[in-house]
Design a protein around this ligand. Structure first.
Ligand SMILES: Cc1cc2nc3c(=O)[nH]c(=O)nc-3n(C[C@H](O)[C@H](O)[C@H](O)COP(=O)(O)OP(=O)(O)OC[C@H]3O[C@@H](n4cnc5c(N)ncnc54)[C@H](O)[C@@H]3O)c2cc1C
Length: 459
């Protein structure tokens, strides 16, 4: 139990109406987007500014109280899942867009602003913020930075890290630190901001983010290609990349996912195929036309069944929206959906997709696979029921084999969802001894009392 004196002090620091301790108030914060993980916190509090965060961390550091920072709780590796009796520090009320600098093409925001709000504000100024995780309507920029999230446009435009120019961070001691600036070049000292990107709430609390914006692409074309075999779709993706075409989006959906999405979104997805590629190219109109024609040709050469071109931007947005709903659509058909993000070099996609299929068969599991295939990033998703312990054991065994195979093919255990609790046991094998030691030393240097997100990533 969290001591009464600590709760009283938190009420004084954050304001009594911003601190919650009743079980019915804590339950919604006892889990995140990750399946089969739950833990009640000691209290939940909402912060309004960096000064409050600083005072709260000073108190936590002095009393060795665990703090779990939380954005919208959409994380898929247990990153914002509470540790026992911790303080959940919610940033969603720090939700202001502080500055849009048209001269430098930057935007300064608080961490609780949603990804969609950033994208919309950029678009309203005629600019573009490309990172677009499937959860962008609700995920926060703080969460995106802490997880270094990717999205559907990652193939051409990169991930969150590529758009972070500066950060304000409250260190575990309560000290406020700025790192980065509006300069497009800056090599003074270590690139400290990069340590906090992808740090999953273990090194500091991000209280401001300076984002890079870019010009909006002039034109866009969206296409769907259908395949009678999953590995043919994977081969088409590898061939597109090998032909040095880098479209904005190259997304994959297998038969199960297509049917679930259509059942959910009802937008007339083709149902007579085993796999589908959603392809989007953007940029100068002439380049768009050329890339689209070359991708169509490659898909035909690799044996696609049909190519459908979206009539206009509205239809394109509908198709991309349907892809974004893949996880939610799969989640409707089974009590527990366990989604992973094994990632391989793009030349190995066909091998990986065959392996995932064979593993699901071996362990007699229902699976839907989709993902950012152009990034080599697959989301094999087991449709299961956490109350069935025997089946959950088979799911665990299947994932162990999938991650081992991803590593054997030169891939990684997570392309975008992070380590958190879900992948913690795989990290030492993936990083190896030297990288694990440096990682621990870094954590120890910044957070010697291990108050921030204890037990996440590693013990
Ligand atoms: C339907 C769905 C689709 C998704 N699609 C994608 C996708 O396409 N690509 C992708 O990469 N991810 C995706 N995700 C995963 C998830 O949305 C991202 O990881 C997202 O960035 C999490 O943001 P959040 O605000 O919900 O953070 P949370 O889940 O609340 O937190 C995530 C981590 O960040 C830390 N954190 C949060 N805010 C701060 C802060 N201010 N300072 C320090 N640490 C902080 C937390 O402690 C935790 O470790 C998806 C999730 C869902 C449910």
């Amino acid at each position: 139990m969290l001591a009464k004196e600590i709760i009283d002090e938190l009420r004084r620091l954050a304001g009594p109406s911003n601190v919650f301790t009743e079980p019915e108030d804590l339950i919604p914060y006892s889990f995140d987007g990750t399946a089969a993980m739950r833990q009640m916190p000691g209290c939940v509090l909402f912060v309004g500014d960096a000064a409050q965060v600083s005072n709260i961390l000073k108190l936590a550091n002095a009393t060795k109280t665990a703090i779990v920072t939380r954005g919208s709780g959409t994380g898929l590796s247990g990153g914002s899942m509470p540790s026992k009796d911790c303080v959940v520090l919610c940033t969603v009320r720090m939700d202001k867009i502080l500055e849009l600098d048209r001269a430098n093409l930057t935007m300064l925001v608080e961490p609780g602003v949603t990804t969609l709000q950033v994208a919309d504000a950029a678009a309203a100024a005629g600019l573009f913020y490309p990172p677009d995780p499937g959860s962008m309507k609700i995920s926060t920029i703080g969460g995106n930075v802490a997880e270094n999230s990717g999205g559907l446009r990652g193939l051409k435009y990169g991930i969150t890290r590529n758009y972070v120019m500066g950060l304000e961070v409250v260190l575990p001691t309560g000290e406020l630190m700025w790192t980065g600036n509006k300069c497009v070049k800056d090599v003074a000292g270590y690139s400290l901001k990069d340590i906090f990107i992808g740090s999953e709430g273990t090194l500091g609390v991000i209280t401001k983010v300076l984002l890079k914006l870019i010009p909006r692409p002039a034109a866009k074309k969206t296409m769907l290609a259908t395949f009678s075999q999953m590995d043919k779709a994977a081969e088409a993706v590898s061939a597109i990349i090998a032909a040095q075409i880098i479209p904005c989006t190259l997304e994959f959906l297998d038969r199960t996912t297509i049917h679930c999405v259509e059942d959910y979104a009802k937008i007339g997805m083709p149902l007579d195929c085993e796999a589908l590629l959603l392809m989007e190219t953007d940029g100068h109109p002439a380049a768009v036309a050329d890339e689209a024609a070359r991708m169509e040709q490659i898909c035909r050469q690799t044996g696609c069944m049909e190519i459908r071109v979206a009539a206009d931007d509205a239809e394109g947005a509908k198709l991309a929206g349907a892809r974004r709903s893949a996880f939610s659509a799969l989640a409707r058909v089974a009590p527990t959906t366990i989604l992973e993000d094994a990632t391989v070099p793009r030349s190995e996609l066909a091998k990986m997709i065959r392996f995932v299929e064979a593993t699901a068969k071996k362990y007699q599991l229902r699976i839907g696979t989709f993902g950012h295939m152009g990034d080599g990033n697959l989301h094999p998703t087991f449709l299961t029921d956490e109350r069935n312990k025997e089946e959950m054991h088979r799911v665990e065994e299947a994932f162990k084999e999938i991650f081992d195979e991803a590593m054997r093919l030169g891939g990684t255990i997570t392309g975008e969802h992070g380590i958190g609790l879900a992948k913690k046991s795989f990290l030492p094998k993936f990083l190896g001894e030297a990288q694990m030691r440096v990682t621990r030393q870094l954590r120890q240097a910044l957070d010697p009392n291990a108050i921030l997100n204890p037990g996440k990533m590693f013990d």
